[in-house]
Design a protein around this ligand. Sequence first.
Ligand code: NZQ
Ligand code: ZN
Length: 390
Amino acid sequence: MLGNFSYCNPTKLYFGEDSLQYLNAELPKYGKNVVLIYGGGSIKKNGIYDDVVAYLEAAGKNVAEIPGVMPNPTLDKLYEGIKIARAHKADFLLAVGGGSVCDYAKALAVSVHCKEDPWDKYYLRFEEPDCEILPVGCVLTMVGTGSEMNAGAVITNTAARLKIGHVFADESIMPRFSILNPKFTMTLPHYQMVAGIYDIFSHICEQYFSGDDDNTSDYISEALLRSLIHSSRIANKDPQDYEARSNIMWTATWALNTLISRGKSTDWMVHMLGQAVGACTDATHGMTLAAVSLPYYRYIMPYGLHRFKRFAVNVWGIDPAGKTDEETALEGLKAMEAWMRELGLAMDISVLGANEDMLEQLADATRLLPGGYKALTRDEVIRIFKESLA
Ligand code: NZQ
Ligand code: ZN
């Protein structure tokens, strides 16, 4: 393990089909005024809302609600939530939903007592909070983002057509606890389930495709990828398979809770490209990543050939005997493509609403990072988006 790093993840997890009852243990730890945050209504249809409200009532909480947090939560919605949380003198934020709801709760947690505009401070200047941070708890209903055990919060500024994620350094922004009940994810539409699976896959790849040293994080990543591919094939055929869905849920959490990025420079360019597509089309996060991944990986493969070969052999089981490194690496990407098609993922950005006329706009919305093996230029970004069109 090269370099110096610290590791601390204070989120307490409660996992399994009986895990909601642990609200009884957690709720008394926080103040009386709770803001319950949720999305567009799935939790009312599947009954999770009623169960959570019963726990809040039993704990004697004074509850205000922020309903209607949309996928890819917006800055306007954040401003609306700040007013509600301030008026309620919120002591605690309880997020019940997917990554959008959990991210939103964390963004709200650092904004309620913030004296400046949170967009400017956290998303343009990338500063850390210097105000009181409200504690957040999560009840997760959609698997993919890892938001349940990290300090990331992605917000979309629709007016500026920017979708920006801030991964806060302060661990007190990570949820204090998260309840992971695989059964809660069973009502997800197939499209959202596979989008979430690809999001997990991408999170692992974003960390794996960087560095040349021998690093334990890469071995953990390969194991997580193999488990995910195995379980995703089962869940794709039978979404009600509890064993597969529970493995996917646990893998998602470990894919992006800072463990496998230790000692790694990391990449994150697939997310930068995908977030640009998200900002311009409002498409589902995991699908935006799927649609740009192969053009991006085929483009950078020569710069990180040794790692792409290792990915082919250790993750996809490609036999390297008698092949050049390039042939082996390409076979790995072909196996990945076949798996993506099997799941029914978006394979181009055209199906998500992007077109040739949007190329400049997409490039404007793409944040350029150093990348894992190659720093992209704006021209290369445009080229990859072009390749990603149908
Ligand atoms: O709003 P409701 O009605 O709840 O419906 C949601 C939403 O339409 C639905 N859903 C969730 N749980 C359900 C359900 N439908 C039926 N049954 C259930 N049990 O699913 C839809 C998508 O939900 P959403 O929360 O938007 O999905 P996801 O978890 O993929 O979150 C996406 C957001 O997270 C950000 C993304 O950019 C995007 O804004 N990310 C956050 C990250 C982080 N914190 O580290 C990292 C990720 O890379 C990602 O960028
Ligand atoms: Zn993601």
